[in-house]
Ligand binder design. Structure first.
Ligand code: HEC
Ligand code: HEC
Length: 241
């Protein structure tokens, strides 16, 4: 019957139209979602960063470790004289850290991009000139690292190691040694409470200078994952030990 054919072709057209509309809507939705999820990454790349010329200029200065030792007096009250940090609180070990990391982090803290109100007055330009910063960074990089610092509970080490090997070694290195170029921090043998705090901040967008690719990798991590990976890092032997 022509009528049936007509009706069924109308039905076919309607179905095709609905399918097409769905596809268009789905594509639109996907585009909107992609744009939204790209926003934090864009904001982070677009944010003013001190990773340009300023750290380079500081690192290019001829540094003097002996002067750095003296200048570090102003930091030792919190970070300790041997720069081993504190096992129980949020104060990191700085001994053995790459000079490029020290300089970048101090400049990010000075600019407020990394939030640290307690330390900031100590690293304002009036308190810490470029030469003193270069000296301190070179001094800290040369310091021997204490072997064992603040460690985690030790109950998730296999999981922590697996996560680290899957998601982190590409940048931080198999032994957590980091890299001077690119100012990638050494994370081996850092204090557990500090690592756990930083990982939470990086995951949740609270550490303003985080590497965006790392922040994206950490997004799906639950609390137990953060604890496991922080514990694993806290137990990695310091490079050279
Ligand atoms: C009032 C205590 C205090 C003083 C003084 C202080 N710091 Fe800090 N520093 C901290 C805390 C707390 C953190 C970690 C903050 C966080 O969780 O982001 C930190 C972090 C850092 C970091 C980042 C380390 C990393 O692995 O990312 C560097 C580098 C640093 N401090 C260097 C210095 C230097 C150099 C001085 C002296 C000029 C100094 N600090 C003085 C408390 C202090
Ligand atoms: C794409 C390279 C990259 C990857 C992958 C990466 N990181 Fe990072 N990580 C960095 C960089 C760069 C910094 C320094 C960030 C900054 O200040 O700009 C950093 C900082 C850190 C810090 C802070 C160290 C300190 O001294 O304050 C921790 C902890 C850390 N990463 C752990 C991890 C863990 C755990 C993973 C895997 C889940 C990971 N990272 C994956 C590049 C990376």
């Amino acid at each position: 019957m022509p009528g049936t054919v007509f009706r069924s072709s109308i039905a076919g057209l309607v179905a095709a139209f609905i399918a097409a509309a769905h596809a268009v809507l789905a594509a639109l939705l996907a585009a909107v979602l992609a744009a939204i999820s790209a926003l934090p990454a864009l904001a982070q790349t677009a944010a003013p960063t001190s990773s340009g010329s300023a750290p380079q200029a500081v690192l290019a200065l001829a540094a003097d470790k002996a002067r750095g030792r003296v200048a570090f007096d102003d930091c030792a009250g919190c970070h300790r004289r041997d720069a081993s940090g504190r096992t129980t609180g949020p104060i990191p070990r700085l001994s053995g850290q790459h000079a490029s990391v020290i300089v970048k982090q101090v400049l990010d803290i000075r600019s407020g991009q990394r939030i640290n109100p307690a330390m900031r007055p100590h690293v304002e330009e009036v308190a810490l000139g470029a030469q003193a910063l270069a000296d301190i960074a070179s001094y800290l990089q040369s310091l021997p690292m204490a072997g064992r610092l603040g460690q985690g509970p030790g109950n998730q080490l296999a999981r922590g190691q697996a996560l680290f090997e899957k998601d982190c070694v590409a940048c931080h290195g198999a032994r957590g040694e980091g890299r001077a170029e690119g100012a990638i921090p050494m994370v081996a043998a850092q204090h557990y409470p500090y690592l756990l705090r930083e990982l939470g901040l990086i995951r949740d967008g609270g550490r303003g200078n985080s590497n965006p690719a790392m922040a994206a990798l950490l997004k799906p991590y639950g609390e137990a994952d953060l604890q496991a990976v922080a514990d694993h890092l806290s137990r990695l032997p310091p490079p050279g030990h």
